[in-house]
Design a binder for this molecule. Structure first.
Ligand code: ZN
Length: 168
């Protein structure tokens, strides 16, 4: 699978490929309308400040250096750890093409059934999917099959220190 989309010099999505559409359908369970992505600002789809910031940094670097940037990340879904490679490729007139290639898929049963202790601060890195629980970052695999008593209803998305440093 190679999920591709292109943006113009104003970061507006100009093109998506069939893998992008297929992947979107799988993850949105029928609520996904690919046509609505064309003409949308890439950054409006990124909800948290830190993810947006790192994406903007990468994009700026590609436009200035005019060299493809490769960045590994995770795109897990319930019970599946998905190891991804993102290639950000400079094209003409500051347009940029994104390729998202699935490198490996590992089954990760029960990981999302873990229930965090209420009151603990739970953050999740949107690039490596690590979770910040009680002062430490953990790979989701760490929580395989573990359970706690109370629920936290809200997980804040951000970028962990390691993922920021990987760009340096
Ligand atoms: Zn991370």
């Amino acid at each position: 699978m190679n999920i591709q989309y292109s943006i113009n010099n104003n970061d507006i999505i100009t093109e998506v490929n069939t893998d992008f559409i297929e992947f979107g359908k799988e993850n949105a369970q029928g609520k996904f309308v690919p046509e609505t992505w064309i003409g949308v600002d890439l950054f409006t789809s990124m909800v948290d400040f830190h993810s947006r910031f790192l994406h903007q940094l990468m994009l700026q670097r590609v436009r200035v250096r005019r060299k493809t940037l490769r960045y590994r990340y995770r795109c897990d879904s319930p019970n599946i750890a998905r190891f991804m490679i993102m290639n950000i490729i400079p094209e003409g007139r500051n347009a940029v093409k994104y390729e998202n290639i699935v490198e490996d898929v590992v089954l990760m049963p029960n990981v999302f059934q873990f229930q965090f202790l209420s009151g603990s601060e739970v953050k999740r890195c949107s690039f490596c999917n690590s979770m910040y629980v009680n002062g430490n970052w953990y790979d989701p695999v760490h929580f395989n099959g573990k359970r706690a008593v109370n629920l936290v209803h809200y997980v804040e998305y951000t970028v962990c220190d390691t993922c920021f440093k990987r760009l340096e």
